[in-house]
Design a protein around this ligand. Structure first.
Ligand code: ADP
Ligand code: MG
Length: 351
């Protein structure tokens, strides 16, 4: 989730030298302060899920337990004045499923906590849970508990999802190497037109990729392709990337938004959030072998290559190579993707 300005430290023109730290600076601070017991915690703060190891004596050969949590707020991640609470419930489960997919894990069980506005609480809860349960059933997730509160504020819903790592273990953000190809599982951009409320978590696709490739690193696209790719590059030792503009799959929603707001469709594809596709890296030979094998199970579109040189660049159709700035591409100064300012009338902020 990204409730904070992503451009904080670099100056987003908000005037103060004491701007609040961005979300990722805060999380990094928490991570350093908290630390973790490495014999139990195989993945702590900083990836799409945490992973816990069971003591070998208690559970020989048990896969690691994956845990992820995401909180959604009315007026922020959806807007109940215009959105159906059933869809909000589906989204609350879907965004968590997407994080399990990002590790190529299998979702198992969830706990759900809600803070309900007192007015109309029970009808709202019914609709919300209908969406949530529906999505859970589709993905074989058991609902095993939660917490229900009422208050005078807007609806807040938090889902914590447990899963198990696949046979090859969790796929982390940190395994990319220079020379690896960068791939995405589907077209990007424009999800704020409505798709953001209908995430289709790529759980089966991730499992197929883990079996067939496997990816060296993977993340789900919640904050926007350029921002989420940067998480892989940073976690993998401050690597960089060169993207190929002509290869980036652009969703028709991005084209439609571009016609309305004057930003380019490519800008939307790079920087809009909540695509809930996967972005992954894998050595070129593995990608070639996988394609030859016809293994399938997932779409995987090659969009660029990982480089030793840090930063994200893009090769334009005319051959020029340009820097891809953090957040915005064409309109960096006036707006930056991933900031609250990028919210639209649909009322969604990025996960
Ligand atoms: P995602 O977009 O995949 O849900 P986030 O960007 O929300 O991931 O979080 C990145 C990492 O930081 C995750 O490992 C998450 O568990 C961790 N994290 C986020 N907020 C906190 C917090 N308040 N305390 C500890 N860890 C946190
Ligand atoms: Mg994620």
């Amino acid at each position: 989730m990204n409730p904070f300005p992503s451009g904080g430290a670099s100056g987003s023109g908000r005037g103060s030298e004491r701007e609040p730290a961005g979300e990722f600076d805060l999380i990094e601070r928490f991570r350093r302060r908290i630390g973790s017991n490495a014999s139990r915690v195989s993945i702590g703060i900083g990836d799409d899920c945490a992973a816990l190891r069971f003591p070998e004596s208690a559970a020989p050969g048990a896969p690691e337990l994956l845990v992820t949590t995401d909180m959604l707020m009315d007026g922020r991640h959806f807007d109940l004045r215009v959105h159906d609470p059933v869809a909000a419930g589906r989204k609350a489960m879907g965004v968590n499923l997407s994080d399990i997919a990002a590790m190529a894990g299998e979702p198992l069980a969830a706990v759900v906590s809600v803070a309900l506005p007192r007015r109309g609480a029970s009808e709202l809860a019914e609709a919300l849970m209908e969406g949530l349960w529906g999505m859970a059933r589709e993905f074989g997730v058991e609902l095993i508990g939660g917490d229900t509160n009422g208050w005078d504020g807007p609806l807040v819903i938090s889902v914590t999802l447990f899963g198990q790592a696949g046979p090859r273990g969790p796929i982390r953000r940190s395994g990319a190497r220079a020379g690896d190809r960068i791939l995405v599982t589907g077209p990007l951009g424009g999800s704020l037109a409505g798709r953001h409320l209908e995430p289709r978590p790529r759980v089966a696709e991730a499992a197929a990729l883990a079996r067939g490739l496997p990816p060296s690193a993977m993340i789900d696209l919640s904050d926007g392709a350029s921002s989420d790719l940067r998480h892989i590059l940073k976690a993998s030792g401050n690597l960089g990337a060169t993207l190929d503009a002509a290869s980036i799959p652009i969703h028709p929603d991005a084209e439609a938004l571009a016609r309305r707001d004057g930003r380019s469709a490519l800008d939307h594809a790079l920087h809009d959030g909540e695509d809930f596709e996967l972005c992954l890296t894998a050595p070129a030979e593995a990608v070639a072998r996988w394609r030859e094998s016809g293994a399938g199970g997932a779409e995987a579109i090659e969009i660029g290559v990982v480089t030793e040189e840090p930063g994200v660049r893009m090769r334009l159709p005319d051959g020029r190579v340009v820097e891809v700035p953090r957040g915005g591409f064409d309109h960096l100064r006036s707006r930056a993707g991933g900031e609250p300012g990028s919210e639209t009338e649909s009322g969604s902020a990025h996960q």
